[in-house]
Design a protein around this ligand. Structure first.
Ligand code: ADP
Length: 606
C-alpha cells in the first residue's frame, strides 16, 4: 500500500471513529435525558389523573349515599314494604325528582326492590323494569357498584351506579342512578401536556382476566367498551397497570402497535388500570432529527476529510517522490542533483539537510577523484620506474654474467696452473674470489629471474599442484636429504596459474623453510582451503621463526635478516614470491614466532 493511501486511511479511520463515538455518546445521553424527562412528566400526569378519578368516584358514592339515606326516601320505602301503598312510592319519586335537575349528568334515579324490579323512578317508563339478571342489580344489591358502563341508544357513554339501601341491616331496596359517563371520561380526554400522540387509557378487569377499555381513546373513539386487551399481553401498559404496577416504562407497545413511553396506575377499589402514554416517534423526534443531522455531519466530515487528506498526502508524497527521483539520479552518479522543496516544515528541513549532504558528498567525491587521479599517476609513474629498474637490472645482470664467467674461468685457471707456486695466503685469496664469484652468480641469477617476472601473465592454465610440489621436491632433493627434511602435503587441487611461476613460488618458500631450520629436522606442512573466490594455501615450518617487526620488511628486495655467513642468500626470494602472487591477483602474508616456526599464507584467485 502506498504511503498516500495509508495516510488517507489512517486519518479517515481516526476522525470517523472519533466522530462516530462522539455522535453515539451524544445520541445516547440525549435520548436518556429526554426519556427521563418525559417519563417524569407522564408519571406526574398519571398521579394527578388517578387522584381525579378517585375524587370522581368518591363524588358518585357520596351522591348515592346522600340520596339513599334521605329520611323521606327511607321512611316511604319502609312503609311501602309494610303496606304496599303506592302513595309511599309517589313520595319517593317526588324526592328523587328533587335531586335530578342540578346535575346534568344524571338521566334518572330509580329504586329497585330486592327482586330487581323498578318500583319507583324519575322516569315513569322504567317502572316495573326487571334488572334482576343485570350486574348492576347483582353487584348493587351487595355494595356500591360504580362501573356498569354501557352505550345508550344515543351512542353516549353511560354508567349505572347502584347501591343497597339498608334498614336495620336489612336491604330494603337498591338505588340505581343512570348517568352519562362524561364527567369521569372527561379526565381521560384531557390531553394537556401530552403532545400530539399522548393519551390516557383506562381499563377494568373482565371476569376472564382480560382488560376492557372503559375510556374513549384519542385515536380510537370506539375504545370505550370496544377494546379488549388479552391478559397475557405483557407489553401492554393496561395489563401491567391491572397487575398493580404503579411505575414508568420506557418501552411498551400500545393498541396501535406503536412503541410508547408509559406511566401506569392501579385503582384498587374498583379494580381499574390507568395508563398515560406517549409515542416514541413524537418524543424522540428531536433526537431522530439530531441523528439525521449527525449522519449528515459525519458524511460531510468524511467527504471533507477525504479531500483534505488526499490534498495533504499528495503534498507529502510529492516531496517524497521528488526526493526519490533525486536520490536515483544521485545514485547513478550525478552528484550535481539537488531537491527543490521550499516548504517551511519538516519536509523542507529534510530537503535542505539532504541538499547539504549531497553537496558534502560532491566535495568529498571530487577530493577522492583528485586523490585517485594522483594515485593513478603515481602508480603509472612507479610502474615506469619499476620497468626501468627491471630493464636496468636485466641489462646489468645479463651484461655482468659474461665478465663474471671470465673471472671465474681465469681464477680457476690461476688455481689450476699456479697452485704449486702460490703460498697458503695466495690460495686463500683465490678461494675467496671463487666464493665471492659464486655469490655474485646467485645474485645475478636471482636478479635476472626478478627482472623477467611479469612477462608470463598471459600464460595461465590449469595446473595440478601435486605435480608442482613433486617437481620442486625433485629440484631440492639434495638439500632435503642433507637436512633430513620432511615435506607433508595433502592431495593438492588443480588451479589456474602459471606453471613456471608456481614452481618458483613453491621452490622459494620450501627452500627457505629448509634453509632457516632450527636444531630440529625440518618438518614442512603444506595445506590449503577452498574459499568462495580464491584458494588459500599455507606452508608452515618448524624453523627459527621471524620476529613480528620484520613481517613486512622481508618482502622488500635485498632485505635480509641474517648475514651471509649465517645463511646464504640474496634477499630477493620473497620479493619474487610477492611479485608472483601479485601476478595471480592474490595476497601473501605470514604468522611466526621466534624459535617455533613460520606459517606463510598466500591466496590465488580462482
Ligand atoms: P634470502 O635469499 O635471504 O633467503 P628471502 O627474500 O628469501 O631472501 O628472505 C628474506 C629473509 O626472510 C631471509 O633473509 C630470512 O631472514 C627471512 N626468512 C625467509 N623465510 C624464512 C623462514 N621460513 N624462516 C625464517 N626466516 C625466513
Amino acid at each position: 500500500m502506498k504511503v498516500k493511501t495509508r495516510i488517507i486511511l489512517a486519518v479517515l479511520l481516526v476522525s470517523i471513529s472519533f466522530l462516530s463515538v462522539v455522535t453515539f455518546i451524544t445520541y445516547l445521553s440525549t435520548k436518556s435525558a429526554i426519556t427521563n424527562s418525559v417519563l417524569n412528566n407522564l408519571d406526574s400526569i398519571a398521579t394527578i389523573q388517578k387522584n381525579r378519578i378517585i375524587d370522581n368516584l368518591n363524588d358518585s358514592k357520596e351522591k348515592m349515599f346522600l340520596i339513599k339515606n334521605r329520611i323521606a326516601v327511607r321512611e316511604n320505602l319502609i312503609n311501602y314494604k309494610k303496606n304496599k301503598n303506592s302513595f309511599n312510592l309517589k313520595k319517593v319519586r317526588e324526592n328523587l325528582l328533587l335531586s335530578i335537575y342540578p346535575n346534568g349528568f344524571v338521566k334518572n334515579f330509580s329504586i329497585l326492590n330486592t327482586k330487581g324490579i323498578v318500583i319507583s323512578s324519575t322516569d315513569l317508563s322504567l317502572v316495573n323494569k326487571d334488572y334482576s339478571k343485570e350486574p348492576v342489580f347483582i353487584k348493587g344489591s351487595k355494595s356500591d357498584s360504580l362501573d356498569n358502563f354501557y352505550i345508550d341508544e344515543n351512542k353516549k357513554p353511560s354508567v349505572y351506579l347502584s347501591s343497597p339501601i339498608k334498614y336495620n341491616n336489612e336491604t330494603i331496596g337498591i338505588i340505581l342512578i343512570d348517568s352519562y359517563a362524561d364527567k369521569l371520561l372527561s379526565i381521560t380526554s384531557d390531553h394537556t401536556g401530552l403532545g400530539e400522540t399522548g393519551e390516557i387509557t383506562m381499563g377494568k378487569r373482565m371476569a376472564n382476566g382480560n382488560a376492557l377499555s372503559i375510556a374513549p381513546l384519542r385515536y380510537n373513539p370506539d375504545g370505550f367498551l370496544g377494546l379488549v386487551i388479552p391478559k397475557n399481553a405483557v407489553h401492554r401498559p393496561i395489563i401491567l397497570a391491572l397487575k398493580g404496577e404503579e411505575t414508568i416504562f420506557p418501552n411498551l407497545i400500545n393498541y396501535r402497535g406503536k412503541r410508547i413511553l408509559s406511566a401506569t396506575r392501579y385503582l384498587k377499589d374498583v379494580d381499574w388500570g390507568l395508563t398515560v402514554n406517549i409515542d416514541h416517534d413524537e418524543v424522540f423526534m428531536p433526537i431522530y432529527e439530531l441523528q439525521r443531522l449527525m449522519v449528515f455531519l459525519i458524511l460531510s466530515a468524511t467527504l471533507l476529510l477525504i479531500i483534505t487528506s488526499i490534498y495533504l498526502s499528495e503534498q507529502i508524497t510529492k516531496s517524497f517522490r521528488k526526493l526519490t527521483e533525486t536520490v536515483y539520479k544521485i545514485s547513478e552518479g550525478d552528484l550535481t542533483q539537488r531537491i527543490t522543496i521550499n516548504s517551511n516544515d519538516e519536509i523542507g528541513y529534510m530537503a535542505t539537510a539532504f541538499n547539504q549532504m549531497t553537496e558534502n558528498l560532491e566535495i568529498k567525491f571530487n577530493e577522492a577523484n583528485q586523490l585517485n587521479k594522483y594515485l593513478n599517476d603515481e602508480i603509472i609513474y612507479r610502474r615506469q620506474v619499476e620497468a626501468e629498474l627491471k630493464k636496468f637490472a636485466y641489462i646489468s645482470s645479463h651484461d655482468l654474467q659474461e665478465p663474471l664467467r671470465s673471472i671465474v674461468s681465469y681464477v680457476e685457471l690461476l688455481e689450476k696452473r699456479y697452485k704449486d707456486k702460490l703460498d697458503e695466503r695466495g690460495l686463500t685469496y683465490i678461494n675467496s674470489v671463487v666464493k665471492a664469484s659464486k655469490t655474485m652468480k646467485y645474485l645475478i641469477n636471482d636478479l635476472l629471474t626478478y627482472s623477467r617476472l611479469g612477462n608470463e601473465q598471459s600464460d595461465f592454465k590449469s595446473i595440478d599442484l601435486n605435480n608442482i610440489i613433486s617437481h620442486v621436491i625433485e629440484i631440492l632433493k639434495v638439500s632435503i636429504e642433507e637436512n633430513n627434511a620432511v615435506i607433508e602435503y595433502p592431495n593438492m587441487p588443480v588451479i589456474t596459474a602459471n606453471y613456471i611461476l608456481m614452481i618458483q613460488l613453491f621452490q622459494n618458500l620450501i627452500s627457505n623453510a629448509i634453509k632457516y631450520r632450527s636444531d630440529k629436522s625440518p618438518v614442512i606442512k603444506i595445506s590449503f582451503e577452498e574459499m568462495e573466490n580464491e584458494w588459500l594455501f599455507k606452508i608452515s615450518d618448524n624453523g627459527i621463526g621471524i620476529d613480528s617487526q620484520f613481517f613486512d620488511k622481508i618482502f622488500v628486495i635485498f632485505q635480509r635478516l641474517h648475514g651471509k655467513n649465517e645463511y646464504e642468500g640474496t634477499g630477493i626470494g620473497l620479493t619474487i614470491c610477492k611479485k608472483i602472487i601479485d601476478i595471480h591477483n592474490g595476497r601473501i602474508w605470514l604468522e611466526s614466532e621466534l624459535n617455533k616456526g613460520t606459517d606463510f599464507y598466500f591466496t590465488i584467485k580462482k
